[in-house]
Design a protein around this ligand. Structure first.
Ligand code: NAD
Ligand code: TDX
Length: 335
């Protein structure tokens, strides 16, 4: 079975490729990745030539067509993924997330292949801090940022292609991931690598915002279950019930785990339009496909965080060269 993984040199995509080779050796994997600032071939270095790697753009219709023609399943991770970048420069988000997804859809339609589209909880907008509800598959879309609105647009395109052209596609909307190979611009690796660089962690605003953290392996296990047993045309919410920890508590957990005082961090400028709370109801995925996260509740999150901290500590060569430039970009915004 041939699998084409777009964005396979990025954080979740690379972990997906590692997970697939380890647990699902029946798949023959090809990665298509543009190697933007967020893509890194090193993320796949330990795999050697057991996969095929194609450096290229998902907006390149000719290239996408030739790769899709020669595959059975496309798993579409490639995206511009960072909210803060989308506030500075929205265009690459429109181009890759919308035009790129359109390009994939047209090739998948032409060659009648199976597609799984990776999306996010952010398409639903946010909940109030005191709202006990969680997002479900039927929650209306209400995205806040250029990033989340382009992801919402890509989900709509996939649904339209399913309904209008009978495309064999599924969608998953997952909450905030953490784990190895995540770019140091993102919240958790930024704080870990700050502490490893003797810089204080940076908390946006008051830090009351809540994210429903999930370990990347739990996400990728769910994606494989959807490939195995998901119903065509369906959407599945993925979340590990970690919607009780706010950003402040996560920073305190990281400080404590890394041997610093719990309050060894500083408040910096808030993100404009900052979403308050995300919370995911993944009961459909659990009930229909039997998915169960491993890193759930406070203990699971602490285990996952500890393992992630150890990875960044042991792999300083992977991130150190980019640290100064990443922090300089944030500093310009008082973050
Ligand atoms: P990432 O930024 O770490 O990786 C994205 C990858 O896509 C990189 O390797 C990059 O080089 C590649 N890419 C970007 N533009 C491309 C293009 N035009 N053509 C080909 N490749 C291109 O992102 P991530 O955090 O791994 O996210 C992967 C997917 O999961 C995205 O679709 C994102 O919306 C979704 N998602 C992420 C999270 C999260 O917490 N990180 C949560 C839910 C959903
Ligand atoms: O230094 C920081 N300090 C801080 O307080 C950074 C970088 C972030 N934050 C806050 C903002 C958010 O409330 O932490 C939270 C998480 O921030 P990000 O890591 O930037 O993630 P978020 O904006 O929530 O989006 C992530 O989850 C959904 C991914 O980046 C998206 O790709 C995914 O769709």
């Amino acid at each position: 079975m041939k699998l084409l993984v777009t964005g396979g040199a990025g954080f979740i995509g690379a972990n997906f490729v590692h997970y697939t080779l380890k647990n699902r050796p029946e798949y023959e994997v090809t990665v298509l990745d543009k190697l933007t600032y967020a893509g890194n071939k090193e993320n796949l270095a330990s795999i050697g030539d057991t996969i095929a790697f194609v450096e290229g753009d998902i907006c390149d219709a000719k290239l996408v067509d030739s790769l899709v023609k020669d595959t059975d399943i496309v798993v579409h991770f490639a995206a511009e993924s960072h909210n803060d970048n989308s506030l500075r420069e929205p265009w690459p988000f429109v181009q890759t997330n919308i035009v790129g997804t359109y390009t994939i859809l047209e090739a998948v339609r032409k060659h009648d292949k199976r597609l799984h589209h990776i999306s996010t909880d952010e398409v639903f907008g946010d909940l109030e801090l005191d709202d006990p509800n969680r997002f479900t598959e039927t929650t209306p879309y209400n995205p806040s940022s250029p990033y989340s609105s382009t992801k919402a647009g890509s989900d709509h395109l996939v649904r339209a292609w399913v309904r209008s052209f009978g495309l064999k596609a599924t969608i998953s909307n997952c909450s905030n991931n953490y784990g190895p190979y995540q770019h140091i611009e993102k919240f958790i690796p930024r704080q870990i690598t700050n502490i490893l660089s003797d810089i204080k962690p940076k908390l946006y605003g008051t830090g009351e915002q809540v994210r429903d953290w999930i370990h990347v392996d739990d996400h990728n296990e769910a994606v494989h279950l959807i490939l195995d047993k998901g119903a065509i045309g369906e959407t599945y919410i993925i979340g590990a019930d970690n919607d009780h920890v706010n950003n402040k508590a996560v920073i305190e957990m990281i400080c404590e785990t890394m041997g610093k005082p719990r309050d060894w961090y500083e408040h910096v400028n808030d993100r404009p339009g900052h979403d308050m709370r995300y919370a995911m109801d993944s009961s459909k995925l659990r009930r229909e496909l039997g998915w169960q996260p491993h890193y759930t509740d406070q203990n699971g999150m602490q285990d996952g965080l500890k393992q992630t901290i150890e990875w960044y500590d042991a792999n300083r060569d992977w991130w150190q060269a980019e640290k100064a430039a990443t922090e300089a970009t944030y500093a310009k915004q008082g973050q």
